[in-house]
Write a protein that binds this ligand. Structure first.
Ligand code: GDP
Length: 314
């Protein structure tokens, strides 16, 4: 059976447990051996990029679950607002998990990222995390979260969010505080049920179009552009055209490499289609917020403006 896909973000205040939860999902998802999943902490490669002075890049971790599910989980910057970056990253996903430490409750970054997610029209799932701690007060945290949704102008649909109680550290989630602590199955089940399908059938037959959301470079492949295939299909060697946000042609070229995500790694693939988040190489001038498409691409995909970086709000 073909692989089924969900694209989501986990949004949280720093230290509320994103990395730990994604690590546990990698282990329990089953496709990757535990030692491989543990070799490198999920999403921590940002620290190296910070040291090298490169822009902080959101990473995509791809988790296998069940027989045929693949979950692309994109990271959003945790410490600061890198002007417009959070919006662009949230533009790649169809859903999000709002992760809140049940002892600390709502914190500044919780507000910031939730407001962006709600503006994007996403319907968050709320995960109250660290409920294993003696100091956890999930009811209080939940009240704060509900108040925050209202304060941020959430729609009725958004405010009617599903809730899980979890310990990322111990690797379990449950729908009810009185339930048994088992594993993360309730979280996986909620994600595949609640996050919309990213691959509407008709989109696959349209001409190829891809919005560049992140840029980084690789010593062997050169410029790597990560984003979501918004329409159509693409394969290695295809001729493409890149347009700026204003619709100006930036360059023409051929895609020399397509990379998909598996676990914490990028792996080469032959082709990709509407809905998937991939990285591509082969273009030299194209950058964030540009659109890459088939040679007859007429107009760019609308994207969020790039604001200058602002300081952390914490
Ligand atoms: P991130 O900044 O959101 O990625 O947070 P981390 O995953 O790095 O976690 C921050 C700290 O909280 C670490 O010391 C974790 O061990 C701890 N932590 C994460 N999840 C849990 C949890 O479910 N229960 C408890 N008690 N501690 C946790």
């Amino acid at each position: 059976m073909a692989e089924r896909l969900r694209n989501l973000a986990i949004i949280a205040h720093v230290d509320h447990g994103k990395t730990t939860l994604v690590d546990q999902m990698l282990v329990q998802g089953g496709a990757f051996r535990a030692n491989e999943a543990h070799a490198e902490r999920a999403m921590d490669s940002n620290d190296q990029e910070r040291e090298r002075g490169i822009t902080i890049l959101a990473k995509c971790t791809s988790i296998h679950w069940g027989d045929d599910w693949r979950l692309n989980i994109v990271d959003t910057p945790g410490h600061a607002d890198f002007g417009g970056e959070v919006e662009r990253i949230l533009g790649m996903v169809d859903g999000c998990v709002l992760l809140v430490d049940a002892s600390e409750g709502v914190m500044p970054q919780t507000k910031f990222v939730l407001s962006k997610a709600l503006n994007r029209g996403l319907r968050p799932m709320v995960v109250l995390n660290k409920v294993d701690r003696a100091s956890a007060d999930p009811d209080k945290a939940l009240n704060e979260i509900f108040e925050l949704f209202l304060a941020l102008g959430a729609s009725d649909e958004q405010a009617d969010f599903p809730i899980l109680y979890a310990s990322g550290k111990e690797g379990w989630a449950k729908t009810d505080m009185t339930g048994e602590n088992k594993d993360l199955t309730p979280l996986f089940e909620l994600i595949v049920r609640h996050v919309p399908d990213p691959q509407p059938i008709q989109k696959k037959d349209e001409p190829f179009a891809f919005l560049v959301t992140m840029i980084d470079s690789d010593p062997f492949l050169g410029r790597i552009l990560t984003g979501r295939v918004e329409a159509g299909r693409v394969k290695v060697g295809d001729p493409v055209r890149a347009l700026s946000r204003e619709g100006k042609e930036i360059e023409k070229g051929r895609l020399t490499k397509l990379l998909s995500f598996r676990g914490l790694k990028r792996v080469p693939v032959e082709s990709a289609e509407a809905g998937d988040i991939i990285a591509i190489a082969g273009l030299v001038e194209t950058t964030v917020a540009d659109t890459i498409g088939s040679p007859d691409l007429a107009a760019p995909i609308p994207s969020t403006p790039i604001d200058p970086p602002t300081l952390a709000i914490t």
